[in-house]
Design a protein around this ligand. Structure first.
Ligand code: UDX
Ligand code: ADP
Length: 483
C-alpha cells in the first residue's frame, strides 16, 4: 500500500557534485541499492576526479567517503557531466549547487546569488520528461522554492502546447551535514527536514530516508518553514561561536580561562556543551552566508533591529580574526617585517580540505601585509588552493632573509607538505589555525632549538599541551587563556 501513497523512484539525479551533493548522494546510494543515483556537474574536471580510480584524488575529502565510493560507484552511483540526459530520466532531481553571496548589484555582500539555482531550474524545466520531484538541497534564501516553482510552471505551460507536459513538485530538504563528519551525520542525522505542499511528494522523499533513518526523526513542515529552519539553525550555531569568542577576549583581559567558562556553562542542560569551543573565528561556506541571508531578509521586511542583531554575529567574527593577527604582531615586538612564521592548518576546520571562509585566509593575509614570510602546512589543502585564497603566488625560491626589502614591505608565503623540523628553522612564531590532531603531537623541545628566541606559539584552537610548550621554553598564547 506504501506505493499507492508515493511516487515510484527508480532514478535520482543530483545537480552539483560538491561537498554537499557528493557525500549525500553516496549515502543515498549505499542505503538504496535499488535506486540509480546520478551525480552531475558542469565541472568536467571535478567529475573526472570523482571517477578517478585513485580514491585519494576524489575532489572532496571526508572520512569514510572513499569506502562508500569504492562500494557503490558504477553499480548504482554514477558521476557524469551529461546533465540533460540524467535529468530526463530522473524521478527526483536534487539541486545541490553553490549559492555564494552576491558580489555586485542589489543585495551585494548579503543576498545569495541564485544564478546557479535558476540555471538548474531552467535545465530541469527543459529536460524533465515525466513527473519530477525537484528537491532544494543547497542552502537557499527563504522563498527560493517559489522561484523554482515559477520557472517549472513556465516550462509546463510551454510543453503542454506540445502535448508532453512533465509535472513537478518542489520540496525543500536542507542538508545539515557538517564537513569532516559528513558521512556520520548523513548516516545518523539528528533530523531530516522535508518541507513541501504535496503530501505524496513528501512521502516519496521520506520513504528514501526511511531506508536508514527512523521515522520519528523525519520532520515534515511547510516549505517556507523548512527553508527558514536551515538558515536559523546555522545562525544559532554561529551565534554560539561568536558568543564564546567574545568571552575569550574578556577571559584574556581578566585572568579567566575560556575553557573553564565553556565547561561551566555547558553543564547547564538548557545551554548544552556543544559548539562552545573558542577558536580563530568560524569559517565554512554556510555560517556567514546564511546569517547574511537572514540579515537581508530582515532588512527587506523593514526589521532593521533584527538585521543588526544577526549582523553583529558576523561582525564579531571578523573582529575576532583581526584580534588574533594583531596579537601576533604585538607579541613579536610590533613588527613582522621579514620574520618567518609557521602556519599550521589552513582548512576552516579539521578533517576537510575545504578552505571556504577559513579564518586562516584573513589571518595569513594580515601577516603577509605586515611583511611576514609564512610557511603554511595543511595535510589536506593543496598549495593551488592556498594561492587562490591568498590571491598571491607562493615564493618558489628558498626564502631569502631580505625578501621583505625586495617586495616593498609585502611578505610572502610558501607551502610545506610536511611538518618536519626543518620548516621551523629560524621561525619567530608558530600559529595553529586548524585543529588537525597531528599538530598536538609535535615535539616542542626539538623545535624550540631551531626557532629564533624568544619563540612564540599561538594556539588558536587550544589543542597543544601548554605544559609541554612552556617546558620547551617557548612563549605560549592560547585563545581565551587569561592565566
Ligand atoms: C555547518 C553546520 O554545522 C551544518 O549543520 C550545516 O549543514 C553546514 O554548516 P560546517 O560549516 O561543515 O557545518 O562546520 P561546523 O562544524 O559547523 O563548523 C563551522 C565553523 O565553526 C568551523 O570553522 C569550526 O572550526 C568553527 N567552530 C565550530 C568553532 O570555532 N567552535 C566550535 O565549538 C564549533
Ligand atoms: P556545496 O558546498 O554547496 O556542495 P560546492 O561548490 O562544493 O558547494 O559544489 C557545488 C557544485 O555545483 C560545483 O561543483 C559546481 O560546479 C556545480 N554547479 C553549479 N552550477 C551548476 C549547474 N548549473 N549545473 C551543474 N552543476 C553546477
Amino acid at each position: 500500500m506504501k506505493d499507492a501513497k508515493t511516487f515510484k523512484v527508480k532514478n535520482i539525479c543530483c545537480i552539483g557534485a560538491g561537498y554537499v551533493g557528493g557525500p549525500t548522494m553516496a549515502v543515498i546510494a549505499k542505503y538504496c541499492p535499488d535506486i540509480n543515483v546520478f551525480v552531475v556537474d558542469i565541472d568536467k574536471q571535478k567529475i573526472s576526479n570523482w571517477n578517478n580510480k585513485d580514491l585519494n584524488k576524489l575532489p572532496v575529502f571526508e572520512p569514510n567517503l572513499d569506502q562508500i565510493i569504492e562500494k557503490c560507484r558504477d553499480k548504482n552511483l554514477f558521476f557524469s557531466h551529461e546533465i540533460e540526459k540524467y535529468i530526463s530520466i530522473a524521478d527526483i532531481v536534487f539541486i545541490s549547487v553553490n549559492t555564494p553571496t552576491k558580489v555586485r548589484g542589489f543585495g551585494a555582500g548579503k543576498a545569495s546569488d541564485l544564478k546557479w539555482v535558476e540555471a538548474c531550474a531552467r535545465q530541469v524545466a527543459n529536460f524533465a520528461r515525466n513527473h519530477t520531484i525537484v528537491v532544494e538541497k543547497s542552502t537557499l534564501p527563504v522563498r527560493t522554492a517559489e522561484v523554482i516553482q515559477n520557472i517549472l510552471e513556465i516550462a509546463q505551460r510551454r510543453t503542454k502546447e506540445n502535448n508532453e507536459a512533465p509535472t513537478f513538485d518542489v520540496l525543500s530538504n536542507p542538508e545539515f551535514l557538517s564537513e569532516g563528519t559528513a558521512i556520520n551525520d548523513l548516516k545518523n542525522p539528528d533530523r531530516v527536514l522535508i518541507g513541501g505542499n504535496n503530501n505524496k511528494a513528501i512521502k516519496t522523499l521520506s520513504a528514501i530516508y526511511e531506508n536508514w533513518v527512523s521515522k520519528d526523526k523525519i520532520l515534515e513542515t511547510n516549505i517556507w518553514s523548512s527553508e527558514l529552519a536551515k538558515l536559523t539553525s546555522n545562525a544559532f550555531l554561529a551565534q554560539r561561536i561568536s558568543s564564546i569568542n567574545s568571552i575569550s577576549a574578556i577571559c584574556e583581559s581578566t585572568g579567566a580561562d575560556v575553557r573553564e567558562v565553556s565547561r561551566a556553562i555547558g553543564k547547564d542542560t538548557r545551554i548544552g556543551s556543544k559548539f562552545l569551543d573558542s577558536g580563530p573565528g568560524f569559517g565554512g561556506s554556510c555560517f556567514k552566508k546564511d546569517i547574511l541571508n537572514l540579515v537581508y531578509i530582515a532588512k527587506f521586511y523593514g526589521l532593521n533591529e533584527v538585521a543588526d542583531f544577526w549582523e553583529s554575529v558576523v561582525n564579531i567574527n571578523t573582529w575576532h580574526q583581526s584580534r588574533i593577527s594583531q596579537l601576533v604582531i604585538k607579541n613579536l615586538f610590533g613588527t613582522l617585517a621579514g620574520k618567518k612564521i609557521v602556519i599550521l592548518g589552513f582548512a576552516f576546520k579539521a578533517n576537510t580540505n575545504d578552505t571556504r571562509e577559513s579564518a586562516a585566509i584573513q589571518i595569513c593575509k594580515d601577516l603577509i601585509n605586515e611583511g611576514a614570510n609564512l610557511i603554511i602546512n595543511d595535510p589536506k589543502v593543496s598549495s593551488n588552493q592556498i594561492t587562490h585564497d591568498l590571491e598571491m603566488e607562493q615564493l618558489n625560491t628558498k626564502l631569502e632573509e631580505n625578501s621583505f626589502y625586495n617586495n616593498n614591505g609585502l611578505g610572502s608565503w610558501s607551502f610545506s607538505k610536511n611538518i618536519d623540523i626543518e620548516i621551523f628553522e629560524d621561525a619567530y612564531a608558530v600559529l595553529v589555525l586548524t585543529e588537525w590532531p597531528q599538530y598536538s603531537m609535535i615535539n616542542w623541545k626539538k623545535i624550540a632549538k631551531k626557532m629564533i628566541q624568544p619563540g612564540w606559539i599561538f594556539d588558536s584552537r587550544s589543542i597543544l599541551d601548554s605544559e609541554e610548550v612552556k617546558n620547551a621554553e617557548l612563549n605560549l598564547w592560547r585563545v581565551g587563556d587569561g592565566s
